[in-house]
Design a protein around this ligand. Structure first.
Ligand code: NAI
Length: 406
C-alpha cells in the first residue's frame, strides 16, 4: 500500500499525484551530474518552502548513458524505460551521442519507446542575460514541436544503394523523376500525429491562459505533409474545441483582444515566422509545429533571448513525460564545476508544474530569475557581461536555494 501511494497514476486523461511521489531521474553524461546535483537541491528546497513536510519527492536514480555502460548495462536499459512507464514522470540530463555512426541517440529512443510525441520548449527572457535583440523580453512563447514524425522518422536511402534504386524506380513508375544517384529521404506527417499535437497545444493554451496558438508550416510547398498538418489542425480545433478555439479566419480582425477561456488558432508559413518572431514577437504565444520546423524555431527563439544554454524542455505523451536539460554534455567543461545548471533547474520547474505543484515551480522560476538579475551567473553567461559575479555550478545552485528560502 505504501508503495502504491508513492506512484503517480493516470486516469481519464488526468495525472493523479500523491503527496510523496517517487520520480525517476538520470543525470546523464559529461556535465550532467554537476548540473543535476545543483538542480536537485533547488527542487527539494522549493517543494519544502511551498509545502513544508506535507509534500516531498523521492528521487529514484535509473541508469542510462555512460554510467549504465560502465556498470555493465545497456546504454538505455529496459529497466529504465519500465521505471519511467511505471512512475510516469521523469527528469534527465544530457547524454552523449556519437556523430556519424555508433549508437542511436538515447533521446530519440526514449521519445519513440514511450511515444512522447510533444517536445515542449518554453522560451522567455531572463533579466540580466545578454541577448542579441533590443527588446528580448517581448518574446514569451511555448513551442510544441511534434516529436515522432516528419523527416525524423528515419526513412532514408543512401544514394546508389539497391533500396534507393528501387525507390527511384517506384517513383519513376509514378511519373516522379528523380535525378539518378540522388539520396532519398521520406517525409511523413500523419493525421493522428498532427491531431494529438494540436490538441496538446490548445489544451495547454487554455489551461495556462495563453491567447493564441499558431501552427507553423510550409504548406504552400509541401502540400500533402505540412499543408495537411495545417488543415488537420483546423479540423481538430473545430471538432474538439468548437467553443474555445476560434480559427483566426473566422474573426473580423487579426488583432483580437484576449478573451479568458478562449484561444485563437492561426497559422504562419515557416519562413515568414522567423521574421515575425523578430519583428512582432509579442504577437505570438503558443507555437505548434511539425518536427523540423519546431527544431529550428526552438533554437532560434532561445538564441533571440540569449538563453540557448538555459532553455528548459519536456517530452510529453499521454500520461507520461520526461523533462530534460536541453543542452548537451559539454565535454569541454565537464568536471570543472563551472556548468550552468539553469536549464536543468527550469526543466524541474516545468515538471513540478506538470504534476500540479505550481507554488514550488513558481519559486524555482522566480529564484533563478532573481539570481540572474542580481548579476550572479555562471561563466558561460558572464563572459558577455561586465560588473557581474561569476559563480561555479554549486555556488549558483546555493544562491538559488538561498533565494527560494528568503
Ligand atoms: P553542448 O550543448 O554539449 O555544448 C555546446 C557548447 O555549449 C560547449 O561550448 C559547452 O561547453 C557549452 N555548454 C553546453 N551546456 C552548458 C552548460 N549547462 N553550461 C555551460 N556551458 C554549456 O553541445 P555539443 O558540443 O554539440 O554536444 C556534446 C554532446 O552532447 C554530443 O555527444 C551530443 O550528442 C550531446 N547532446 C545531448 C543532448 C541531450 O541529451 N539532450 C542535446 C545536445 C547534445
Amino acid at each position: 500500500m505504501a508503495e502504491t501511494i508513492k506512484k503517480i497514476s493516470y486516469t481519464s486523461g488526468q495525472l493523479i499525484v500523491p503527496h510523496h511521489p517517487k520520480i525517476p531521474f538520470f543525470p546523464g553524461d559529461g556535465i550532467g551530474e554537476e548540473v543535476w546535483q545543483a538542480a536537485r537541491q533547488a527542487f527539494d528546497a522549493a517543494v519544502a518552502a511551498a509545502y513544508g513536510k506535507n509534500r516531498t519527492i523521492e528521487w529514484i536514480e535509473v541508469l542510462a548513458g555512460q554510467k549504465a555502460l560502465a556498470s555493465g548495462h545497456a546504454l538505455l536499459p529496459d529497466e529504465t524505460l519500465d521505471a519511467i512507464r511505471e512512475y510516469r514522470v521523469a527528469i534527465k540530463g544530457p547524454t552523449m551521442t556519437p556523430v556519424g555512426g555508433g549508437h542511436r541517440s538515447i533521446n530519440v529512443t526514449l521519445r519513440q519507446a514511450l511515444d512522447l510525441y510533444a517536445n515542449v520548449r518554453p522560451v522567455r527572457y531572463f533579466d540580466g542575460v545578454v541577448a542579441p535583440v533590443v527588446n528580448p523580453e517581448a518574446l514569451d512563447v511555448v513551442i510544441f514541436r511534434e516529436n515522432t514524425e516528419d523527416v525524423y522518422a528515419g526513412i532514408e536511402f543512401a544514394a546508389e544503394s539497391d533500396d534507393c534504386q528501387r525507390v527511384e524506380q517506384l517513383l519513376k513508375d509514378m511519373n516522379c523523376n528523380v535525378r539518378p544517384g540522388s539520396g532519398i529521404g521520406i517525409k511523413v506527417i500523419s493525421k493522428h500525429g498532427t491531431r494529438r499535437l494540436i490538441r496538446a497545444a490548445i489544451d495547454y493554451a487554455l489551461d495556462t491562459g495563453r491567447r493564441r496558438v499558431t501552427m507553423v508550416h510550409k504548406g504552400n510547398i509541401m502540400k500533402e505533409t505540412e499543408g495537411a498538418f495545417r488543415r488537420w489542425g483546423y479540423e481538430l480545433a473545430a471538432e474538439a474545441f468548437p467553443n474555445t478555439a476560434i480559427a483566426a479566419c473566422d474573426l473580423p480582425s487579426q488583432e483580437v483582444p484576449f478573451t479568458p477561456g478562449k484561444v485563437v488558432l492561426d497559422d504562419v508559413i515557416a519562413d515568414a515566422m522567423f521574421q515575425e518572431l523578430l519583428l512582432r514577437p509579442s504577437r505570438y504565444d503558443v507555437i505548434a509545429a511539425p518536427n523540423l520546423n519546431g527544431d529550428y524555431l526552438s533554437d532560434a527563439c532561445a538564441a533571440q533571448v540569449g538563453g540557448l544554454g538555459i532553455a528548459p524542455g519536456a517530452n510529453i505523451g499521454d500520461g507520461m513525460a520526461v523533462f530534460e536539460a536541453t543542452h548537451g554534455t559539454a565535454p569541454d567543461i565537464a568536471g570543472k564545476g563551472i556548468a550552468n545548471p539553469c536549464s536543468m533547474m527550469l526543466s524541474g520547474a516545468m515538471l513540478l508544474r506538470h504534476i500540479g505543484w505550481h507554488d514550488a515551480a513558481a519559486r524555482i522560476d522566480k529564484s533563478v530569475a532573481a539570481v540572474l538579475k542580481s548579476g550572479r551567473m555562471t561563466t558561460d553567461l558572464a563572459a558577455k557581461r561586465e560588473h557581474i559575479e561569476v559563480l561555479g555550478t554549486d555556488a549558483f545552485g546555493a544562491a538559488v536555494v538561498e533565494a527560494i528560502n528568503s
